[in-house]
Ligand binder design. Sequence first.
Ligand code: NAD
Length: 499
Amino acid sequence: MEPGSDAERTGTVLMRGELTGQAGWDYAPAPESRDVVTLAGEYGLFIGGEFVPAASGRLLPTVNPATEETLAQVAEAGEADVDRAVAAARDAYERVWGPMPGAERAKYLYRIARLLQERSREFAVLESLDNGKPIKESRDVDVPLAAAHFFYHAGWADKLEHAGFGPSPRPLGVAGQVIPWNFPLLMAAWKLAPALAAGNTCVLKPAETTPLTALLLAEVCQQAGLPPGVVNVTTGAGSAGAALVAHPGVDKVAFTGSTEVGKQIQRAVAGTGKRLTLELGGKAANIVFDDAPVEAAVEGIVNGIFFNQGHVCCAGSRLLVQEPAADAVVGRLRDRLATLRLGDPLDKNTDIGAINSREQLGKIRELSDAGEAEGAERWSPPCELPGRGFWFPPTVFTGVSPSHRIAREEIFGPVLSVLTFRTPGEAVAKANNTPYGLSAGVWTEKGSRILWLAQRLRAGVVWANTYNRFDPASPFGGYRESGFGREGGRHGLGAYLDV
Ligand code: NAD
């Protein structure tokens, strides 16, 4: 990088298509202004419709992973705060939200959806600051999908009796919801919208590294005039999540996060009668047949594993490519990766942002080093990483065998493991050779082959000739160590009803 160059100023680094010998496009920096966001120095918990300090007075810093700058100090909830939040949610459920007609509840959900749209730039910039994801993803994916989730579920609120759950389906009561850091606002929307539409009240525990958009969403709830206590947000560490799921006043637990914590939660709620849905990890196969159009498949592979720095539970982290096509696909993939731009998440040209935390970066490095040590061949495009912040280049491993750790364990980073297969049967066997079962992708010209595979792949979602497509009307969820229960669509709604 030239000293004083645009790249140095913005932290955006262009990786050039050196394998093809073609220079990548040079883009002028196009940073989104962060002026649209007003950061408070300190944030309280959102309980009973107000922002309040934690009983202990304790705070946790939240950091911009692209610069390591502390963005704010956020209240750390303890057991007493969780207790207060659950009591507020119970009171709102019994007095206001539970008895309210669905058509009235819908108005609030529509209002929240419209406010999300109106304040979309603010949400997108804040999400990119707190999470490290590129602004074009927070702007074009996270925020619009979060609004779509509220719009979709607003439509259900007055039609629950027509949803196929019997003539008068009832809500469950108070929902305790714990979410991860990879899609902070979107996961909050996935949790809150169906719960509220079905008539439940909520206590939401955001991830410790990304609390800010959930707190802005709490502000939007205030702005929408949502009755106090219907939505409560208790920021804090894992212990706040543990206190929430164990609280006797919670009727339904919804968790998205790691398989390890999911298992702890399952043990904690066993025998309590609480309803539980778990959305956990994944190690998805993205299967490319030799008749697939290479260009389209390569775009799908890139989207599958490099979208959101690979911090995606359903990421296509194992590429299974049919042997005759392997060289062409991997060659084209390398050319494509050489054109991706890594750097400042607020730059509108950026394709790959920062890794969310130092801890996650350590995990990605450790597993990638293990891949090399076990004999796989590691490749990244030429790419200089910014000096500050948490960064990892897009990485492809070839020569991976199913026994390697990088083929078995969830890396949750921009790292692709390439394996090959010869027959459709072998593709199915290798794809299913994982304890997870969240998602899969199939790339082929043959419709009959897509259907044949979709019947045999043990994954909650199978994408055909596309990847990472989300829609609020479409249920999403896993099998086995990827969890159980569905979010989205009629199925997701059912998880919040006493049916
Ligand atoms: P994590 O399990 O460490 O944390 C998730 C949340 O749980 C955080 O809010 C955390 O504070 C809280 N938590 C930690 N310990 C807890 C406990 N004992 N009891 C209750 N809550 C506790 O996961 P993470 O590292 O934040 O997120 C990454 C993981 O999430 C990956 O494995 C990824 O695959 C998974 N994920 C799954 C989906 C899905 O829909 N299946 C979506 C996104 C992420």
